[in-house]
Design a protein around this ligand. Structure first.
Ligand code: PMP
Length: 353
């Protein structure tokens, strides 16, 4: 730390992204990326957009916002593209939280929420999940706080139903409820249809998982036009050109290829069920995942040891050394070939111990 660093950031613990190894070729199942390449339409449009990089991108993201609005069946004043959903989530912490509106989220959830709260000086409550890692809806009913729920949750993969989300949104009419749907395309119910009914609901989604665009950094917030206007005030006060030309083009390209996205999501669901069914036979305990990852533990081997054994054999997964999580590993669902290798390797490890 330099002697110039502002006091207000001195105690900040930044978010730790999953490893992006450069030393060796791993089967990379640690950061919930898609095993499939981006849509050929996205790739072609990105290459075309690169020819005009001397020009700033459209700060209003006009065409992308139109395509997003069409996707969600809302007006284009109800969507805002972000540099990853991380950016729109940070905007939401900036826009809707302060000392009078503290943040509330689960104690086991996306690790960035507490970092966003800290960097923005927002007080927050971390609500314990139940013993089975589910969210107790009652913990979020009629609270005078800004609520953040990852649905499905990470790293558990468990989702609330849209009825449960509606109960939370309805009971907090004077507070914003942010539903982070980063993993919604792999089987959970989206809260987007509720947006027309509730002016306090903001939904965020990402192009990083189901649309194979983690490297492009594209996310979106969907909500009532007034909420989106607030987020725009933050955007134009920090980074008006938050979506670069190539990412914008890639986003427009992949939205013209919904068939491709749907097929990939179906493959992930199929591969998840295949891997989970083999892992169940091996004695793994897993949460009921509706995402592109599996949260698993085994009584015969610790989470940390399983992580190391897999790594030695060229498979990278995510292990969190935190209470309640350290018995588990979070394993991204990859291609069928990767899942076959994963399961064969797990069988081998279990035989050896
Ligand atoms: N929310 C959750 C629950 C996530 O796991 C992630 C990805 N790490 C994000 C949001 C952010 O995704 P991105 O910024 O790539 O859109």
């Amino acid at each position: 730390m330099s002697r110039f660093f502002s006091d207000k950031y001195k105690t900040l613990t930044p978010y730790t992204p999953g490893e992006q190894p450069r030393d060796q070729k791993y089967i990379k199942l640690n950061t919930n990326e898609s095993p499939f390449p981006p849509s050929p339409k996205a790739v072609a449009m990105t290459a075309e957009a690169a020819k005009n990089l001397q020009l700033y991108p459209d700060p209003e993201c006009t065409e992308l916002h139109e395509k997003l609005a069409a996707l969600y069946g809302v007006d284009k004043s109800m969507v805002l593209a972000g540099n990853g959903s991380d950016e729109v989530l940070n905007f939401a912490f900036m826009a809707y939280c302060d000392k009078e509106h503290p943040a509330r989220f689960a104690n086991i959830t996306y690790g960035f929420y507490s970092v966003f709260a800290e960097i923005n000086g927002v007080p927050y409550t971390e609500v314990p999940l139940k013993d089975d890692f589910t969210i107790d809806v009652c913990d979020y009913i009629s609270k005078n706080e800004t609520i953040f729920i990852a649905n499905p949750n990470a790293p558990t993969g468990i989702a609330l139903t849209s009825l449960e989300i509606e109960a939370i949104v309805k009971s907090n009419p004077d507070n914003v409820v942010v539903i982070d749907e980063a993993y919604v395309d792999f089987g959970a119910e989206s809260a987007v249809p509720l947006i027309k009914k509730y002016d306090n609901l903001l939904v965020t989604q990402t192009f990083s998982k189901s649309r194979s665009m983690a490297g492009a950094r594209l996310g979106v917030a969907i909500g009532n036009a007034a909420l989106i206007q607030d987020l725009n005030t933050i955007k134009y006060s920090t980074n008006p050109y938050n979506i670069n030309r190539m990412t914008m083009a890639a986003g427009i390209g992949v939205l013209a290829d919904e068939e491709y996205t749907k097929n990939n999501c179906n493959s992930i669901i199929e591969n998840r069920e295949y891997a989970m069914s083999r892992m169940r036979k091996m004695g793994f305990e897993m949460t009921p995942s509706l995402t592109n990852f599996i949260f698993a533990k085994h009584d015969n081997i610790s989470g940390g040891d399983l992580y190391s054994e897999l790594r030695k054999r060229g498979i990278l997964v995510r292990h969190f050394s935190k209470p309640r999580l350290d018995a588990y590993n979070r394993i991204t669902v990859g291609s069928m070939e990767q899942m076959v290798t994963l399961c064969d390797t797990l069988e081998e490890i279990l035989k050896e111990i």
